[in-house]
Design a protein around this ligand. Structure first.
Ligand code: AFP
Length: 323
């Protein structure tokens, strides 16, 4: 089975991007091992601090963030990095030409209950003259990403990766820490009977989204004429992984709980990288009004409304928003 480094070489991935991806995977092997140790290493529970999003940080959020930061800081091609867990970006190496954005541990409320979590990353190209300690340096639309992916820590540790030429899946060999190619050119089925949304927020959604989900719930007796099943893992990595594996639609739409937060998910650390994967696999990713990757970012921590997955199902959801 082909290892990640040889796959990247065989696919002519620019050497700097390949080095960053291999470096990120070194960090993810470390995170995967820490997760395996879990309670035995005394690293479950809260770190006692809040991140920039006002969310309580788990010990493993902080540990994972530090692991990735230490790795990237040592890499000459990395100009700077921005983490969901950090207030401000960190400048790394002056001569680097790449910026790395990441959510070190997505779905961290799952850690204490031993359910799937993941690391999400996005890589942008920049120029040597930018000041990578400034948030403005990172404000590129998702269409500019040169690579994106996630590592899912589940029953096995899986990497889903794109460098703009399809989506490829790798599994970590726990004995060696190598990521080995499992599937090339993953494609999302266009149609599905599975949706994922946090139904407890229903009353806060826009009427368009309420109408769409009401029709999904009506099943074969409703206007969509199909019986749907629902899934909710509370970790975007797990929801997107299911969609990349067997199709589906995932939504974390705008809601009116807090007008300063148009959706819960973060554009730069979750929305953009996941959209690149979904679109590279033949799916669609939208805010419900525009492609997520075309949103012009104004803040590195901004939130975005998300509707993504099987292309036909996303188109149906969007049709409710055009009415
Ligand atoms: P964290 O990034 O704080 O771990 O949150 C995970 C997440 O942003 C995303 O992965 C999930 O889809 C979503 O939150 C789940 O949120 P709720 O179940 O609380 O609505």
């Amino acid at each position: 089975m082909q290892s990640l480094p040889s796959f990247l070489q065989a696919h002519n991935t620019p050497s700097d991007i390949a080095a960053i991806l291999n470096g990120l995977m070194t960090s993810c092997v470390d995170i995967s091992n820490k997760l395996q140790q879990g309670a035995l290493a005394g690293i479950l529970g809260c770190a006692g601090e809040e991140n920039i999003q006002g969310e309580t940080q788990k010990k493993l959020d902080v540990i994972s963030n530090d692991i990735i930061k230490d790795q990237l800081a040592s890499m000459s091609m990395v100009k700077g990095m921005a983490s969901e867990e950090e207030d401000f970006p960190v400048a790394c190496n002056e001569n680097g030409e790449y910026l790395v954005l990441f959510d070190p541990l997505d779905g961290s409320s799952n850690i204490d209950v031993n359910v799937t979590v993941g690391t999400i990353f996005s890589i942008l190209k920049t120029t040597k003259d930018v000041d990578a300690s400034k948030p403005e340096a990172y404000l590129q639309a998702g269409t500019e990403q040169v690579s994106a992916g996630y590592v899912l820590y589940g029953p096995s540790t899986i990497l889903m990766l794109t460098t703009g030429q399809g989506v490829h899946s790798f599994a970590m060999d726990p004995a060696t820490g190598e990521f080995l190619l499992m599937r090339e050119n993953v494609q999302i089925p266009a149609q599905t009977q599975e949706f994922a949304i946090n139904m407890s927020n229903q009353r806060f959604w826009l009427p368009e989204m309420q109408n769409y989900v009401a029709d999904l719930l009506q099943g074969e007796e409703g206007p969509l004429g199909k019986r749907y099943n629902m899934r909710w893992v509370a970790a975007m990595v797990a929801e997107v992984h299911r969609i990349l594996t067997r199709g589906g639609i995932f939504m974390y739409p705008y809601d009116n709980r807090d007008p300063s937060k148009p959706g819960k998910l973060r554009l730069m650390y979750e929305g953009n990288p996941m959209s690149m994967l979904i679109e590279q696999a033949g799916g669609k990713a939208s805010t419900a009004h525009a492609p997520i990757m075309e949103v012009t970012p104004t803040d590195i921590h901004q939130r975005v409304s998300v509707v993504m997955g099987s292309i036909d199902e996303v188109d149906v959801a969007l049709s409710y928003h055009k009415k």
